[in-house]
Design a protein around this ligand. Structure first.
Ligand code: PEP
Ligand code: MG
Length: 758
């Protein structure tokens, strides 16, 4: 036999060269498929080579053949699981048989003229781990196909997958469904409200089809080796905690991860794939696809998790390979118009990589409403859905999608009717938005005359324009770390000053409360090495990091002082747990003020310094704290995570503890009463402040300063205007004595009884 396997590397290379020529030619899909089968048949010295592709209903259609009856093309169809071809597609694994007829799945198809055939080799054509067809070769003489031939046919199938799914060609094959094409509706959990129509962008590196076939296989093998070495080194340092990535991953997860990185099976598959004529990148894609195909069908969630480990490793390999060539594998899709990001999980910095002007929505398989990515999505005003399990396997880049943040639904490839219905809804909600917008200049006062200050949570430059647009009373929380997370290096002091000054200018005399850097936890800087921690949310973060790395904090305070020259400056420190921490931090600010005065630089006309109450401990030191602090801000996201000892970003805990739990509300009320007793202003600036029912409750508890994302402002203003605060206070005061887990239903009923608009 002189097939490419036994004829070794030279034969494979010849085959790849020919395939490359087919790919480079113009002509429709059918012409390419016809050429493809004839090249494969010739190279394998096989009487028959056929391509079967999946139709919309799941059957497999003979789309091209060399050796079978040409009239059977586009006529012969096999149902899912039927015949050897159906069997291969169902199992997503190659099948090689010396005597095809002896296999239990064999069915005889007279119309194909298949009767001469004895030996059979078939491999699945995989896309994203999903079988979209089958490529077969057959010989009339009984023969044993060897390992390398299987390998070569798989490589050819991978290239074929790219050829047939090329959107410019797909139209040539009627009824064939090479990517999921039917509409699907998935339900997850709402992370951020809003509705968007857009185009799917999967957050994973993808290898362009033009990069599949190696020009120089030896060179590709060397690149692969270098990338493997770099990968191992990277994983080892992850494991030893020398880098900030994967912070918080439990040790067992890292163990499994490292096991894969050193797994001979995985590495050998990569090496074989390169030997079969693929580039190093294509080899990674191919092996990833094969693993996906195997693991995707696994029901076991443990196995599915392992799939994610392998995906991460594959992505890492692609990054190393790109770096090897001096390229940076950025997000090629970062700038796609109307993009809706699909990812397994997403950190805040990763979300910020996307161009906010073009981003329409976010869908993650995990995630929670209190995570920082959720906060960024809210800041950007885009809908976000979490816990959309398995959606990554069903969505393809470029699919039309609708993200419905109200109903927590994602529509993939929606029909025109659905799109029209959504367009109508969006027009209606735009009209409602407009009505709400009319309220923007109304003073924020309840029906019975209580003033409630509505402030903004901001952090991005794009947020600043919102102050004027939504008619906020000021900025209650300026998350200064976002600038640091967006940058490629530590922002210089003058860059910091410029942003703070822009915020003060945008606020136009209204108060702006700057929070000093809240780094650590899940807010990591891509360019800074931070030690791996067991419990990052409770670790070396926020003001703790600021006090220890006081150079960083002082530079920031200096920038704040400079920006506020001639105006009022309000600064607060995140995650203060003791009075001493607060006094130390305040001391640093005072030093900067003195320094500026000494040097004759401009200084603020006045300044106010506050603490964020996020660590429950501080709630028990308020009397003492208030001797030194001018105001308090309750970071309810962190406070509640520590109150319930429940990670705010944890998907499984996302709905376990309701912020409207009466014990939590009693706790909040105590804090508010302690501040009132000392005559110190207190603001609530966690996500709950921007939710109507929660905001109603907070107002009823006596809070009169709420800070929220711009997108919440209109609804909260409408609520305030509709609320009788006095009556609500009486009723809520009684409800919080309850011992149930939540008083949400009672509060909903109360809102409706009082006529408060939620
Ligand atoms: C909070 O914890 O509630 C808060 C406002 O800060 P962040 O969400 O940025 O941690
Ligand atoms: Mg916080």
């Amino acid at each position: 036999m002189t097939g490419p396997g036994s004829a070794s590397a030279a034969g494979v290379r010849r085959l790849m060269r020919q395939i490359r020529q087919v790919m480079a030619q113009s002509g429709g899909a059918q012409a390419r498929l016809d050429q493809f089968v004839s090249i494969i048949a010739r190279n394998f010295v096989a009487e028959v080579c056929s391509i079967y592709l999946k139709r919309a209903g799941g059957s497999l259609e003979l789309c091209a053949t060399e050796g079978l009856d040409p009239d059977a093309v586009h006529r012969t169809r096999l149902n899912a699981g039927e015949g050897l071809v159906g069997y291969i597609a169902a199992n997503a694994e190659p099948l090689r048989l010396t005597d095809a007829r002896a296999h239990p799945a064999f069915v005889y198809l007279p119309e194909t003229g298949e009767d001469r055939v004895a030996s059979f080799l078939g491999v699945p054509i995989l896309r994203g781990g999903r079988p979209i067809g089958v490529l077969t070769v057959q010989n009339s003489a009984p023969r044993q196909y060897d390992e390398e031939e299987v390998e070569t046919l798989q490589t050819a199938a991978m290239i074929l997958a790219e050829v047939v799914t090329d959107p410019t060609l797909a139209t040539g094959l009627e009824g064939i469904e090479l990517r999921p094409s039917r509409p699907e509706r998935h339900v997850g959990r709402r992370i951020n409200a809003g509705v968007a129509i857009g185009v799917a962008v999967k957050r994973e590196p993808h290898v362009a089809p033009t990069q599949l076939i190696a020009e120089n296989p030896e060179y590709e093998a060397e690149r692969l080796e270098r990338a493997i070495a770099a990968l191992r080194k990277g994983v080892d340092s992850l494991f030893e905690g020398r880098t900030s990535e994967l912070v918080g991953a439990p040790r067992e997860v890292l163990e499994v991860y490292r096991m894969f990185a050193n797994d001979r099976g995985w590495l050998e598959r990569l090496i074989e794939a390169v030997r079969s004529g693929l580039t190093a990148e294509a080899a990674v894609e191919r092996v990833r696809n094969e693993h996906r195909a195997k693991l995707m069908s696994a029901r076991d969630s443990y196995l599915r998790e392992r799939l994610h480990d392998l995906e991460d490793l594959a992505n890492r390999m692609l990054r190393h390979l790109a770096e090897d060539e001096g390229r940076r594998l950025g997000e090629p899709s970062a700038g796609i118009e109307d993009g809706v990001i699909f990812a397994r999980t997403l950190g805040p910095a990763e979300l910020l990589e996307f161009d906010p002007a073009k981003l329409r929505g976010v869908v993650v398989e995990e995630g929670s409403a209190f995570s920082h990515a959720a906060i960024v999505a809210r800041a950007l005003g885009v809908p976000m859905i979490g816990r959309a399990e398995g959606i990554l396997d069903r969505v393809e880049n470029g699919d039309a999608v609708i993200v419905d943040g109200e109903r927590a639904e994602v529509h993939l490839r929606p029909t025109n009717d659905v799109v029209d219905a959504y367009k109508e809804r969006m027009a209606l909600s735009a009209a409602e938005e407009e009505r709400i917008a009319l309220l923007k200049d109304e003073p924020s006062v309840t029906r019975d005359g209580r003033a409630v200050s509505l402030l903004l949570n901001v952090g991005l430059n794009v947020d600043l324009a919102q102050i004027e647009r939504v008619g906020a009373d000021g900025i209650g929380l300026f998350r200064t770390e976002f600038q640091f997370m967006l940058a490629e290096r530590l922002p210089r002091q003058d860059e910091q000053t410029a942003l703070y000054r822009a915020a003060l200018d945008a606020a136009d005399e209204k108060p702006v409360v700057f929070r000093t850097l809240d780094l650590g936890g899940d807010k990591l800087l891509p360019y800074a090495e931070i030690e791996r921690e067991e419990n990052p949310a409770m670790g070396w973060r926020a003001v703790r990091l600021g006090l220890e790395r006081s150079g960083l904090m002082r530079r920031q305070l200096r920038a704040l002082v400079a920006a506020a020259a001639g105006r009022e400056l309000s600064v607060m420190f995140p995650l203060v747990a003791t009075v001493t921490e607060f006094r130390d931090a305040r001391g640093l600010l005072e030093k900067e003020l003195e320094r500026a005065a000494r040097r004759g630089d401009g200084v603020p006309t006045s300044f106010r310094v506050g603490a964020m109450l996020e660590a429950p401990a501080l709630a028990f030191q308020l009397d003492e704290l208030m001797r030194h602090a001018d105001f308090l801000s309750i970071g309810a996201n962190d406070l509640l995570q520590f109150f319930f000892a429940a990670d705010r970003g944890h998907a499984k805990l996302a709905e376990r503890y309701d912020p409207l739990n009466p014990a939590a509300l009693r706790f909040l009320k105590q804090i508010r009463d302690a501040c009132a007793a000392q005559d110190k202003p207190v603001t609530v600036c966690g996500e709950i402040a921007g939710r109507p029912l929660e905001a109603m409750t907070l107002i009823a508890l006596g809070f009169d300063r709420l800070s929220m994302a711009a997108s919440s402002m209109g609804r909260i203003k409408r609520l305030v205007l509709s609320l009788d605060a006095e009556r609500a206070a009486g009723r809520v005061g009684a409800l919080i004595a309850s011992s149930s887990d939540t008083i949400r239903p009672e509060l909903v009923a109360l809102a409706s009884e009082l006529g408060a608009t939620l």
